[in-house]
Design a protein around this ligand. Structure first.
Ligand SMILES: [Zn+2]
Length: 312
């Protein structure tokens, strides 16, 4: 048995995972970001002890512990190189936990962890080469090549959210302009919708859905209005689809994977979104009589963080 930990900016989740990817026992606590590194290490140790107690197991029953982190990690040294959400730079997370718990600990980027979970137990199971994109507040990416994680020479590979795909009317959190996540994340959809709705006199049901307050607009309002045929909402979705498809075509041209899976909150738009992406990608892709890998919706949702981390 293994333990997987999903260390997020707001919640830490830990679970005991069996060899078929089932979660036997889990628990969570809020992330005490303001209290710093040692407080978070204490809370992880506490969670591990708690789930072991609940399952009537001891640490010697655990083969290894894996942790997914929303930042850049160095798998070989076990250090978190950079994580904005936790305000960490160069912290020896894996070593500190190994000292405290006496079991091997590995760390990886959280989207990469989810990519691994999808490839072992979810939407991309059974193929050797796959790419996973999570469309949420930002965009995370994970790459699996020959059945193994690929995160580059410095742990900074698969940062697909910061792939530059155009020029945008605002800058990315990373300080650059044109990153994919400023066009195709949930935040990007909200932001462009607010920008468009406040600058138009055209009738749109989006105004009703946000009760005339564009700050309240959500990505799901945009998809619901677009599904109902609202012209402005369709324009917002089409723009998002265009840039996401440019990103996907770049992935095809670089890696030619067997499959690309899309997860995160935005993927809940389902087949409506998927069909549009597939059509746009077909239009943009370099055509050399190759049938490129299929684009699918991810399957594992919330448990991907724990399950993927357990299998690092
Ligand atoms: Zn960026």
């Amino acid at each position: 048995m293994r333990i997987g930990i999903d260390l997020g900016g707001t919640t830490i989740k830990a679970g005991i995972v069996d060899s078929s990817g089932g979660i036997l026992q889990q628990s969570f606590t809020s992330t005490r970001v303001a209290d710093g590194f040692e407080a978070i290490v204490d809370d992880i140790v506490m969670l591990v002890k708690e789930i072991l107690d609940k399952a009537a197991l001891s640490i010697s029953d655990i083969e290894s512990i894996g942790i997914g982190i929303p930042g850049i990690t160095d798998y070989s040294t076990g250090k978190v190189i950079y994580c904005t959400n936790l305000a960490w730079e160069n912290v020896p997370l894996a070593d500190r936990l190994k000292e405290r718990l006496g079991v091997s600990v590995s760390i990886e980027n959280d989207a990469t962890v989810a990519a691994l979970a999808e490839s072992l137990f979810g939407s991309t199971k059974g193929v050797q080469n796959s790419v996973f994109l999570t469309l949420g507040t930002g965009i995370g990416g994970g790459i699996i090549i020959n059945g193994r994680i690929f995160s580059g020479s410095h742990g900074a590979g698969a940062e697909i959210g910061h792939m530059i795909v155009g020029e945008n009317f605002y800058n990315c959190n990373c300080g650059k302009n044109g990153c994919l996540e400023t066009f195709a994340s949930a935040t990007a959809i909200k932001r462009y919708a607010a920008h468009l709705v406040s600058g138009t006199k055209e009738a749109t049901m989006l105004l009703e859905l946000c009760e005339n307050d564009t700050d309240k607009l959500e990505a799901k309002h945009v998809f619901n209005a677009a599904k109902a045929g609202d012209k402005l909402a369709m324009e917002i979705v089409d723009r998002m689809v265009k840039y996401l498809s440019i990103g996907i075509v770049n992935i095809y041209n670089l890696l030619d994977p067997d499959m690309i899976a899309i997860g995160g909150g935005v993927s809940k738009a389902g087949d409506f979104l998927l069909e549009k992406i597939k059509n746009k990608v077909k239009e943009l892709v370099f055509n050399c009589n190759i049938t490129y890998g299929d684009i699918v919706i991810a399957q594992l949702e919330n448990e991907a963080g724990i399950v993927g981390a357990a299998f690092l």
